[in-house]
Design a protein around this ligand. Structure first.
Ligand SMILES: [Zn+2]
Length: 139
């Protein structure tokens, strides 16, 4: 599935399933949340139905600070999709809560993105009903 981005460019859309629906609903409200085990309290991402620590099916959702550091990055020099213009950087952000999120950076050149850089979440409004959590450098 794709979404119409900038009126004439199609990009792959997130796959929303029953496990991730609450995550994506929060993102549409410009909030970043993570699953939290309703029994042992362990945070987890990506969303899934069972706690990997205690096997509980009880799920809660915990707001994230949205702050973290770049744990890793890679630059795509060849586009994997016609709507995604290369070169672009994919980052793995380690949030202050200890969870990692794959995303992109905004308002920065690819070569200026550094591992260990302090970042915070922003919400890129791609369409009327699709936001994506992305990150920007914190000075
Ligand atoms: Zn648990």
């Amino acid at each position: 599935m794709t979404v119409n981005y900038n009126k004439n460019e199609m990009i792959p859309a997130p796959v929303v399933d029953p496990d991730s629906k609450a995550f994506w609903d929060a993102v549409q409200n410009q909030e970043l949340v993570f699953q939290k085990c309703g029994d042992c309290g362990r945070l987890r991402h990506p969303p899934r139905p069972v706690c990997p620590k205690c096997r509980s099916l009880n799920i809660e959702w915990e707001p994230s600070s949205g702050k973290g550091t770049i744990y890793s990055k890679t630059i795509y020099r060849k586009s994997p999709h016609p709507g995604m213009k290369a070169p672009f950087t994919v980052v793995l952000v380690e949030l202050d809560e200890g969870l990692k999120l794959i995303s992109n950076m905004v308002d920065i050149k690819n070569d200026d993105i550094k591992i260990g850089m302090q970042v915070e979440v922003v919400f890129d409004n791609l369409t009327d009903d699709l936001n994506l959590p992305k990150f920007r450098k914190v000075d």
